[in-house]
Design a protein around this ligand. Structure first.
Ligand code: 5AD
Ligand code: SF4
Length: 467
């Protein structure tokens, strides 16, 4: 696999851009970087911020105050794209007031040629457009635009490479995302990701381990390993390693931290991996295992490569091996040609499994994918009704699960302040939200909380004993 590092030339561009930015604004420029979409995209956003910091930018949390606005976009569903376009539209009056503002769009949405063309045509106030494969070019594109050249577009298609050695500006101090692989080769028929993020490629385990060690040394308490399909980590690498091996190696790093990972594809989730999760004490006993549908016919149409029987066998094995394991899932409602009876099979599956969280989506056609050309006779309003039915079922399941937590003492990583003053918020190893009264000094610590009250979205309790 081709690994790229920032070159001396790119460093030169960063220095030149930094100088021009300073001249343009007469001070350190203020940047606003916002990433839409998945964790992988948030992780790319940290690289963008890192490069901007290297070019002398400071950061603001409002686009109104920013000299430089970068939206790192998501293309996974139409409503994600609409949200981005709405936000970009809102920048027009700002740019009218302050013509020296720079606006950049990047990420998955911009990797689609038709979308980059649309921006070129209809959003003339956008200065930079670069796709997921052009992250490293940011200093160059910025320099070229700042030095008076026309609007910059870099959206060439590519299989993708691995970029190492970029500066990072991480969003948090307690939890960190750690990408282990990029791209996707699965071509689920509904999904745009393989078209905008290139072929599946794994980082060298030595690079991942070095980054994990650094994170632990810096005091991060939770590391989430990221990839579109972490379970196929290692394919294509020279070294013989799979995801289970990688988990064991990161688990062996000394320190008080927990490990999560996402996203798992059921077709590549092996008993070997389940055994590793069970045996690694730092790995959380929660698995996000998107099933998408409860119907074998729909799964085939989706090109998912597993049956419901295989999926449930996997869940059963995990329940046997991993103490108190919990599961969450993604569900698509209204895939082209899905019938109400098939949707009912999804409901039945949800009831059988008892997921602790569901991420539910009404099918959204994505140009260029196989499913986008399939017959899709069920009207959107009908799909919305199915969705309401599903949400009601899940809400009831969740209510029962949450009620059962009352009285239990759970280990929680305090990761933020709750809206109620004097209260903190955190997550259990099962990824449930817990709120409790505690001083701010407890932020970043693992605490034990005895649960006294339960709502569907969170548990509330009392600090019992600190570790
Ligand atoms: N329509 C609806 N949901 C989708 N997802 C991916 N593509 C689509 C689409 N075209 C959902 C899947 C995936 C999650 C990240 O987004 O459930 O697991
Ligand atoms: Fe993430 Fe997929 Fe959205 Fe890209 S399109 S940001 S990979 S969810």
């Amino acid at each position: 696999m081709h690994i790229e590092r920032p070159s001396a030339q790119q460093q030169d561009y960063a220095n030149l851009a930094s100088k021009l930015l300073c001249e343009r604004y007469g001070r350190s420029p203020l940047a606003y970087v916002h990433s839409f979409g998945c964790q992988q995209n948030l992780s790319d956003g940290e690289k963008i911020s890192g490069m901007l910091a290297q070019m002398g930018c400071n950061f603001t949390d409002s686009p109104e105050k920013a000299d430089l606005v970068i939206y790192n976009t998501c293309a996974v569903r139409e409503n994600a794209e609409d949200r981005v376009l709405g936000n970009v539209g809102a920048l027009k009056p700002l740019k009218k007031q302050r013509s020296n503002m720079i606006i950049g769009l990047c990420g998955c949405m911009m990797q689609q040629q038709q979308m980059a063309d649309k921006i070129k045509r209809s959003y003339p106030y956008v200065d930079l457009v670069f796709g997921t494969h052009a992250l490293l070019e940011l200093p160059q594109l910025l320099y070229q635009r700042l030095s008076g050249q026309s609007r910059q577009f870099s959206t060439a298609d590519s299989d993708g490479c691995i970029i190492e050695g970029l500066p990072l500006r991480r969003d948090g101090t307690i939890k960190a995302n750690l990408p282990i692989m990029y791209g996707c080769d699965n071509f689920c028929t509904y999904c745009i990701v393989p078209y905008v993020r290139g072929r599946e490629r794994s980082r060298l385990s030595s690079d991942i381990l070095a980054e994990a060690q650094e994170l632990v040394a810096q005091g991060y308490r939770e590391i989430t390993l990221l990839g579109q399909n972490v379970n196929s980590y290692g394919k294509g690498l020279e070294e013989q390693i799979d995801f289970a091996d990688l988990l064991r190696r990161i688990n062996a790093i000394e320190g008080d931290f927990i490990l999560r990972f996402m996203t798992s594809h059921p077709k590549d989730c092996t008993p070997k991996l389940i055994d590793a999760i069970a045996e690694c004490e730092k790995v959380c006993n929660h698995i996000h295992l998107p099933v998408q549908s409860g119907s074998d016919r729909v799964l085939t149409m989706m090109n998912r490569h597993y049956t419901i029987a295989q999926y449930e066998a996997l869940i059963a094995y995990a329940r046997k091996k991993i103490l108190d394991v919990t599961f969450s899932s993604d569900i698509i409602v209204g895939f082209p040609g899905e019938t109400y009876e098939e949707f009912q099979q999804t409901l039945a599956l949800i009831k059988r499994i008892g997921y602790t969280a569901l991420f539910t989506f009404i099918y959204s056609p994505r140009e260029g994918t196989k499913a986008a050309s399939m017959e899709d006779p069920v009207p959107y309003a009908e799909k919305s009704r199915w969705m309401q039915e599903l949400l009601a079922v899940q809400s009831q399941i969740r209510e029962q699960q949450q009620a059962q937590q009352i009285g239990r003492t759970l280990r929680v990583l305090a990761d933020g302040e709750a809206s109620e003053s004097g209260w903190l918020s955190g997550r259990t190893v099962s990824n449930d939200i817990v709120q409790f009264a505690a001083p701010k000094q407890k932020l970043g610590s693992f605490v034990d909380v005895t649960i006294e009250r339960a709502l569907n979205w969170a548990l509330f309790g009392r600090l019992s004993e600190t570790k």
